[in-house]
Ligand binder design. Structure first.
Ligand SMILES: O=C(O)CCC(=O)C(=O)O
Ligand SMILES: [Fe+2]
Length: 306
């Protein structure tokens, strides 16, 4: 309950304010408006993730025809021999969800889980490369074929390797079809690997998967990069979106099990992976070169001596 004193005080204050407003009214109004506008703008910008500008495809969507985004090719390809029918002439990105089934993606994830359970990085990012045999272990890598030898027949089967080959061939076919290439002129190249990422703090540079990079610079032989996602953004993990870093903003792909994202590997497709904040993210990197000298054979089940 306000006493008479308070009412009097307020009366004085109001009188003083109105006298002041008499001479400075319009200036005060403009200032107040500017401060208000500034605050609203700041709140709006601060509430947005500065790295995300546009989502190309959400986890919940199912893309049944390749969703293609064309970007101008960089000059990177000029520094390499050109292979007609393969070297990118149209560059860009594309996403497709029905070339690999979710069942197949699940089987591949199980394969990756079993392989990575043999060791794994101390930091948040582990890889398993069935071609070279490289497997993250602690702060380094081991060669599974040498290190685990015969034990591997308890971990992998011929079926796992044939599934890899089958899926690799289907990815190759969809890339060729989308970019109007001769599929027989694309060759699998290295490295090709499964990745497992969680939110454990990085212990070595190998764990720092989130840095922006250009695959053609990082891996040399790549002309087309593809990623087959083996787990679901939002359900299996959070963070971990794939981000194309264009000069006019970022464009993201939300991983979905069975989703293939493929793109030309030059600097027109600078990209990074957002840090995983919760859960575990599995993916498979499968890339192709136009240069037969950089071709590798499909991984094969090691023959165990009898
Ligand atoms: O896992 C991803 O989404 C991208 C990985 C990547 O950029 C790479 O392997 O070069
Ligand atoms: Fe990459």
């Amino acid at each position: 309950v306000e006493g008479p004193g308070n009412i009097k005080n307020r009366g004085n204050a109001l009188r003083q304010a109105s006298a002041w407003r008499g001479s400075h009214g319009s200036l005060l109004g403009v200032l107040a408006l500017a401060v208000m506008l500034g605050t609203v703008t700041w709140l709006f910008l601060a509430s947005r993730d500065p790295y995300i500008t546009e989502t190309l495809v959400r986890q919940s969507e199912v893309v049944l025809q390749p969703r293609v985004y064309t970007v101008e090719c960089s000059e990177d390809y000029d520094n390499y021999k050109r292979y007609p029918g393969c070297t990118p002439q149209t560059c860009g990105r594309a996403i497709i969800d029905n070339s690999v089934t979710r069942e197949e993606a699940k089987s591949l994830r199980k394969l990756a889980e079993r392989g990575l359970a043999l060791a794994g990085s101390d930091g948040g990012a582990s890889i398993l490369d069935l071609h070279s045999g490289a497997l993250s272990m602690g702060k380094q890598f081991v060669n599974i074929y040498r290190y685990f030898g015969e034990q591997l027949s308890d971990v992998f089967s011929e079926k796992d390797f044939s599934l890899y080959r089958e899926v690799r061939a289907r990815i190759q076919a969809v890339i060729a079809k989308t970019y109007d290439l001769d599929p027989s002129l694309l060759y699998l190249t290295k490295p090709t690997f499964f990745s497992r990422i969680n939110s454990t703090q990085a212990k070595t540079q190998h764990d720092e998967y989130w840095h922006p990079h250009i695959d053609k610079v990082t891996y040399g032989s790549f002309d087309y990069t593809s990623l087959l996602y083996l787990s679901d953004y939002g359900a299996d993990f959070t963070g971990g979106r794939f981000i194309f870093m264009d000069s006019n903003g970022n464009r993201t792909v939300e991983p979905r099990a069975g989703r293939i994202s493929f793109f030309s590997s030059g600097s027109e497709n600078l990209h990074r992976v957002e840090e995983v904040s919760w859960g575990t993210r599995y993916a498979m990197t499968v890339s192709f070169t136009c240069d037969p000298a950089h071709a590798i054979a499909d991984p094969v089940m090691p023959i165990t001596p009898v």
